[in-house]
Design a protein around this ligand. Structure first.
Ligand code: 2P0
Length: 357
């Protein structure tokens, strides 16, 4: 499949005002996307849990206008600092959504997670906006096929932020061509189709907020530093291999192997940052304290709890729902002491985006 299939072909005489809203979740990668080719093509395949609680809700009023334009309200206030990213996104998707040039977009958006919690919202935000634009295209007569609707929403989301293409559906999505994943594509995310063991359908993710501020190096800059990285080829090979192994684990429920892959992915991601030129460290001392605590607790209790990391200092604690009571006590008594103001977010694997208007 090529990009051509995503070019909207609509009859301008059908164009009319329209209002729609979508709520999209964040996602946490188990096999990480780190490194890309132009334009937003991943250097390796990735696979993530779609979350259920950490979401962006976006409503868009599309009004017929002389030329394409937008305004944006974030949690009740104008937010000029978001404009460049949205403008870039709209410019990038215009070849696939030429109907947008006939519209002014009034975008109202908010996050379910606390503002400045250090949780990146680009994945959930771009997915919610892309779905809203696809709903307009459907209203105008296009994208009548359900599968194509979500494929295009994921395709557009990817052009806004790579990981956003995995936030459209759930409970797990992959992105990037991989020989063991049927229908996988570099252009859009695909629902992980293999039969998941029950345990993974309700997996818990407690996000331990070690550092709530902005990170020092953006993910886009981090991806860029994989160009010419001395370990790049090995890293991409490792990710592809981890994905093959993880596919079997998700089907056979081997939690010990799951933990080995997921923690290795998290540490490999940060190892890439620490061996980039220039090198940088996003983990904080309390990130490391948590990782040590988790490994010790697991060894002592045999409870299958593990960690993963995003491109930041916060830790995602992953565990089966059946262990929730003990793990909650561990978080309260030990791990929350390493969090900024003791803060953490309780999340779990979710179903994907939801139409709200
Ligand atoms: C991921 N991350 O797979 C990896 C792991 C963070 C760590 O994708 O430049 O916001 O917009 O494509 O998707 C974060 O990078 O970067 C990311 P762009 P994105 O989730």
């Amino acid at each position: 499949m090529t990009e051509e299939v995503f070019k909207a072909q609509l009859n301008p005489s059908n164009f009319s005002d329209f209002r729609v809203g979508w709520k999209s979740p964040s996602n946490i990668a188990l096999v990480k996307y780190w490194g890309k080719k132009p334009v937003q093509i991943p250097a390796n395949a990735s696979l993530s849990f779609t979350l259920s609680e950490s979401c962006t809700s976006t409503e868009v009023q599309f009004s017929l206008a002389e030329a394409s334009s937008f305004d944006l309200v974030f949690e009740g206030k104008a937010k000029p600092s978001f404009h460049p990213k949205i403008q870039d996104f709209l410019d990038r998707i215009l070849p696939y959504c030429s109907f947008l040039s006939a519209y002014h977009l009034s975008i109202e958006t908010s996050n379910s997670f606390p503002h400045s919690s250090g949780i990146a919202s680009s994945a959930s935000a771009m997915a919610a906006l892309a779905l809203s634009i696809c709903s307009l295209e459907r209203e105008l007569g296009g994208l009548q096929n359900e599968a194509l609707f979500f494929q295009k929403a994921s395709f557009l989301s990817r052009l806004g932020s790579g990981s956003a293409c995995r936030s459209v559906q759930g409970p797990m999505m992959s992105w990037g061509e991989h020989p063991d994943l049927e229908n996988s594509s570099d252009l859009y995310g695909t629902v992980f189709e293999a039969e998941l063991q029950e345990v993974f359908k309700s997996y818990k993710d407690t996000i331990l907020l070690v550092h709530k501020g902005q990170k020092s190096v953006s993910s886009t800059a981090g991806h860029d530093l994989m160009k010419g990285h001395i370990f790049a080829a090995s890293r991409f090979e490792q990710a592809q291999m981890h994905l093959t192994q993880l596919k079997s684990v998700l089907q056979n429920g081997d939690l010990e192997h799951f933990i080995r892959i997921v923690e290795s992915e998290a540490l490999s991601l940060h190892a890439m940052m620490m061996s980039s030129h220039p090198y940088y460290i996003l983990m904080q001392p309390n990130t490391l304290a948590i990782l040590h605590s988790v490994m010790r607790y697991r060894q002592e209790t045999k409870i299958p709890v593990c960690f993963t990391l995003d491109a930041g200092a916060n830790v995602h604690l992953l565990y089966p729902e059946s262990n929730q009571t003990e793990v909650q006590a561990f978080i309260e008594e030990e791990l929350s002491l390493f969090c900024e103001q003791g803060a953490y977010l309780s999340d779990a694997v979710g179903k994907g985006s939801e139409k709200i208007v």
